[in-house]
Design a protein around this ligand. Structure first.
Ligand code: TTP
Ligand code: MN
Ligand code: MN
Ligand code: MN
Length: 373
């Protein structure tokens, strides 16, 4: 055992799943710059470049000190030439000309606004831009270009782009638990995604549903969704059975072949609440009725796959991507939200907890609050 040197302590691991990444970190200005060019690269269809910038930002998020000079970067993995140049510009001039150009560009701003519509991805946003559309009003004038999901998205554009509060997420958990209890007593509803990583707000609410008796969960989702719909809780829902998960990276497509799929539902909830302060809408009524549209993902998982689903749906996306890369390239295993498969031993490794999955992979356990890569 050798004495730990300063250099050892500054060492940052190559994979995000080997690092602790808190929500609040010390290099905000740099990560925002890198994430802007990452997003711009994705808008241009350059996934490799986007991934490289995104990885560089992720590394900086785990760094326990504020980077003051490019010399500090020598101890950091995964920061390429281009990222380094952007970091240097920000450090020396307070801003990077390249990043500022992106932020000012009409294409970037337009794509960003279009992508904020529920149901709109890079391809659709890019096509609309090519067709000369620029604003949300342009889209309203060309309503026929929108599919049904996008029309609902446009209708609730403001609500869906205002942050979901933790209290709202918890209210939705209660509603879904009430629905689940009617059809399958003993089933649980678990809040995952960014909220499980400790975020106080999110862009949506990610819920896992499971029951301790394997198989009991079958058929549950459609009953729950129908009931929520009949009670007026659903503004939109699209349910998929054994559907392909649209995770946008190459690694997942490798693991996609052997796996069955969860029942899942992309939805928009109508959340009602009584405000505390009286008379905002109805004078003297003692409270006003407020409605807010909130994106909710519902996923039903068999109990034997629950730990994998929990790990897979807690995120962050960078953390998940590196978990799968690490499994594949360092351990010859295939990890997804259902299972862990050892490709040489040709066996599935079961796990009753997230901790067991980390153990199978030979990784130190990283708590959800430290997965904000
Ligand atoms: P998101 O809800 O997209 O992201 P988030 O919860 O981390 O952040 P936000 O607060 O903005 O909502 O995804 C959460 C996790 O769900 C993500 O880490 C990966 C997983 N996921 C899938 O497994 N399959 C999918 O198709 C999607 C969209 C997400
Ligand atoms: Mn989420
Ligand atoms: Mn989600
Ligand atoms: Mn319906």
């Amino acid at each position: 055992v050798h004495a730990e040197t300063l250099e050892d302590r500054c060492q940052v691991a190559a994979y995000a799943c080997q690092r602790r990444t808190p929500l609040a970190h010390k290099n905000q200005l740099l990560t925002e710059a890198l994430e802007t060019v990452a997003e711009e690269a994705l808008f241009r269809g350059s996934e490799g470049r986007g991934l490289a910038f995104s990885r560089a930002a992720s590394v900086l998020k785990s760094f326990p000190w504020t980077v003051r000079s490019v010399k500090d970067l020598s101890s950091l993995p995964g920061i390429g030439e281009h990222s380094r140049k952007i970091i240097q510009e920000v450090l020396e001039d307070g801003a990077s000309a390249e990043v500022e150009n992106v932020r000012q560009s009409e294409r970037y701003q337009t794509m960003k606004n279009f992508k904020k519509i529920f149901g709109v991805g890079v391809k659709t946003a890019g096509r609309w831009y090519q067709e000369g559309l620029r604003t949300i009003s342009d889209l309203q004038a060309h309503h026929a270009k929108l599919n049904s999901a996008q029309q609902v998205g446009l209708l609730h554009y403001r609500d869906l782009n205002s942050p979901v509060k933790r209290s709202e997420a918890e209210a939705i958990v209660q509603v879904v638990q009430k629905a689940v209890d009617q059809f399958l007593p003993g089933a649980s509803v678990i809040l995952t995604g960014g909220f499980r990583r400790g975020k106080q707000t999110g862009h949506d609410v990610d819920l896992l549903i499971t029951h301790p008796t394997e198989g009991q969960e079958m058929g549950l989702l459609s009953k729950v969704v129908s009931w929520l719909d009949s009670q007026g809780f659903m503004l939109y829902h699209s349910t998929h059975r054994n559907s392909f998960q649209p995770l946008e990276d190459e690694e997942l497509s490798v693991s996609a072949t052997t796996m069955d799929r969860f029942d899942r539902c992309f939805s928009i909830f109508c959340l009602s609440s009584m405000t505390e302060e009286p008379g905002c809408e109805l004078k003297g009524s003692g409270g006003a009725h407020h409605r807010k549209a909130v994106r909710v993902d519902l996923v039903v998982t068999p109990y034997s796959q629950f730990s994998f689903a929990l790990l897979g749906w807690t995120g962050s996306k960078n953390f998940e991507r590196d978990l799968r890369r690490f499994s594949k390239y360092e351990k010859k295993m295939v990890l997804n939200s259902h299972t862990l498969y050892h490709t040489e031993k040709k066996i599935f490794l079961s796990a009753a907890s997230e901790e067991e999955i980390f153990q199978h992979l030979g990784l130190d356990f990283i708590s959800p609050e430290q997965r904000n890569a």
